[in-house]
Design a protein around this ligand. Sequence first.
Ligand code: HEM
Length: 436
Amino acid sequence: MSFRRAPLDWLGNLFTTYGDVCSFRLATNRIVVLNHPHHVKHVLQQKAGNYNRSTMAHKMARNLFGQGLATVEGGPEWRRQRRLMQPSFHYQRVASMSEHMLAVIRARLDQWDELVASNEVINTNEEMRRLTLRVVARALFALEEEKVVDRFAQAIDTIDRELTAYMQMPLLPLSVPTAGHRRFWSSHQIVEEIIDYVITKHLLDEVDRGDLLSMLIQTVDEETGERMSNEQLRDQVFVMLFAGHETGANVLTWVFYRLGLHPDVQQRVQQEVDNELAGRPPTIADCSKLVYTRTVVDEAQRMYPQQWQGWRRALEDDEIGGYRIPAGTDIFFSPYHMHRHPDFWEDPDEFRPDRFIPEETAKRDRSSYIPFGSGPHVCIGNQFAMSEMLLIIASTVQRYRVELASRELVAPKQLITLGPDKPINVRLMPRNRRSG
Ligand code: HEM
């Protein structure tokens, strides 16, 4: 078994054999691997200033996606960007974007009605990617023109596919013009062109469309009085698109897989949605009432955290768990294993949403659960993502009962995020009570 072929199993073995702090060599680099939530908290939160994103993995991300908030190394430039963008993600702002979110969701569900009528199975992961990409494109920069959205979605699909193929077998650098790499770069260019087109349109119109890009264009740095340049805007939008659609799509895929496997859980979700909404379409204000539905999302994120691997590099000498960490050491951690750490989770391989009812959560050490990261780099889009996922689940279970087309076991597949290793096909069975 090797890290490249089966990283999750390989890491699991490492922790079982050597404990919560281990190390291995990758070429000339010594990499320290952490599994204890307190040690990871030390790196991400308590001594966050001593750890940055100058690792190889982050360099590669910067080469592909530029210098946006999720990729920039750290230090003053990261702080400046975070300060500029934080207001765009406040609850009020997310709430004001939710109408657009809901319009996109409703339109897609209406299309599902047609598939359902012809008894077609739905590939959940593909469908969810399509849906979350449209939601994020609408909310980020008001991209609605059908033709442009389709071209855009196709290019993103190609980027995802070629990047996945590359990650599975990185024989040659992406700069070598193989057929696959050429497809990657030409799609990359299409996405850049569309983003530039949208930025230009926003700048010419000079109206606040209520989307994130309008907000970023208008934002002035309180300390320097500067606005973002076009290139900075493009990098931000590019990074957000990738950080913001695949993750949510995968979590939703796992939620629907689990709803199919556990009809009792699905029934409780349906009951909650029926009770709270009484047949009317959901709104963002309903999200806080969907307490049980949220536990299902939380449990799906525990078992299948989208950031299954994380990296940081130590800037100065440090000590973790009694081990010396010299400056320049790369730190690796795996929320997938932390979320199954036997000291913190009972029967960790069991799917049990009740672990996340508020009384249970209150008893638990908070550092043991980090689906959105922790410390200063905690996901800026977490409220956006949570609202979007709850609205999609509520809208779906209100209309349909979800049935798995096959009961074949599905395992996680470790790419940049954590999707399923095979398609999860579902049948959507219309329910009697329909939303308005
Ligand atoms: C279920 C959905 C999502 C999950 C599971 C997720 C997860 C994460 C995690 C774990 C991190 C921390 C990475 C680290 O510490 O190295 C992160 C950071 C980030 N996420 Fe998300 N994310 C989601 C949705 C979104 C959305 C919708 C957006 C934006 C529209 C977004 C934008 C970002 C950005 C910009 C960062 C970097 C923050 C910084 O470094 O200051 N994410 N996300």
